[in-house]
Design a protein around this ligand. Structure first.
Ligand SMILES: [Zn+2]
Length: 331
């Protein structure tokens, strides 16, 4: 994720529909049928995502090493992801583009990966994440590492990618009228120096430009961006841009209400950080109402310690579950 502005003042909770009447109604049904409550509750609230498998995906992509734009690790990751999504039945395309290395001026080949599920369905949802990692751990406490360190971006770059890898298992059987496109953005932070003004969001900007130049027959109804969703101590507040944009606010309410319905307490229905991220080009240029799901309270942000050790499969699986149940609730 990109540079940000932090605001710490508390805000009142967003309105989200209370699940209480639903619970009472379900309880009445259970009692009238003479069923035992816990059995029903377990069946209705079972996470279909596999927390062990998704943790394995995160390990696997971090084992590829740094995955900044144009790096050998990125090339290996692209191959791994193309194979993964194709094996599970997704239609994968690479949206290629070029951008200059801001340090050397040399052009670098980049690609957004687009994975289509149920392409025949007219109502489309965009689920996205960046899959490049920052070239250097520029926030590391050790000044040598800030210049020459190794950054594998488990949470920042890896986590959203791993959740989409796991969600892919559920996409072929997705019921209803909605088709889903996963987009993995390259060049989110091919940034060596903020002082020089190296640019963020190259991939999402390119995607937004193509979307405007060649408008699809069926525009995306909603977009959901996943970034830094793997922290073992997960706390996902609402991101302030997503809440402030009028067209995106209902989406935020739906997603946090889904989390509440499922009992996923890590989603906290209050705004906290204002984050510049890939949802800005999607919303501002392409006019896709896109919210950012991000946990920006992560002590290892842009340090060498952003490793799988500080992330957890349980966190990744919970975030994926909320997104999956939200998709199901659209029908
Ligand atoms: Zn970052």
């Amino acid at each position: 994720m990109g540079n940000d502005t932090l605001t710490m003042t508390g805000q009142p909770m967003l309105d989200s529909k209370s699940p209480l009447p639903l619970v009472l109604a379900s309880l009445a049904v259970v009692l009238s049928l003479g069923l035992s409550w816990p059995a029903v509750a377990e069946d209705s609230f079972q996470n279909p995502l596999n927390s062990v498998r998704v943790a394995g995906y995160l390990e696997k992509i971090c084992d590829l090493g740094p995955r900044y734009s144009g790096s050998p690790g990125m090339a290996r990751q692209q191959q791994l992801l193309v194979n993964h999504f194709e094996q599970l039945g997704g239609q994968v395309t690479r949206q290629r583009f070029r951008a200059k290395n801001p340090q050397t001026g040399i052009p670098v080949s980049m690609a957004n990966l687009i994975v289509r599920w149920h392409p025949q369905r007219d109502r489309r949802i965009l689920l996205c994440a960046h899959y490049d990692t920052r070239p250097l751990p520029d926030q590391d406490p050790d000044p040598n590492r800030r210049k020459n360190g190794k950054f594998v971006g488990a949470n920042d770059g890896g986590s959203g990618t791993a959740v989409l890898m796991e969600l892919a298992h559920l996409m072929p059987e997705l019921d209803g009228n909605y088709g889903v496109d996963f987009v993995l953005f390259d060049g989110e932070e091919f940034v060596f120096s903020d002082r020089r003004g190296d640019r963020y969001f190259l991939g999402s900007e390119w995607f937004a430009r193509q979307y405007i130049a060649n408008p699809p027959a069926h525009p995306y109804q909603w977009g959901v961006l996943l970034d830094m969703v793997g922290d073992a101590e997960l706390q996902i507040y609402q991101e302030r841009n997503s809440v402030q944009w009028r067209d995106t606010r209902p989406l935020v309410a739906q997603i946090w209400a889904t989390a509440r319905r499922l009992g996923v307490k890590e989603f906290i229905a209050k705004p906290k950080h204002l984050i510049r991220d890939d949802h800005l080009p999607l919303h501002n240029y392409a006019k896709i109402p896109t919210c950012d799901i991000i946990d920006f309270d992560y002590p290892y942000w842009h340090t060498e310690d952003d490793t799988p050790r500080h992330c957890s499969g349980a966190s990744l699986a919970k975030v994926g579950w909320v997104v999956y149940e939200w998709l199901n609730s659209l029908n």
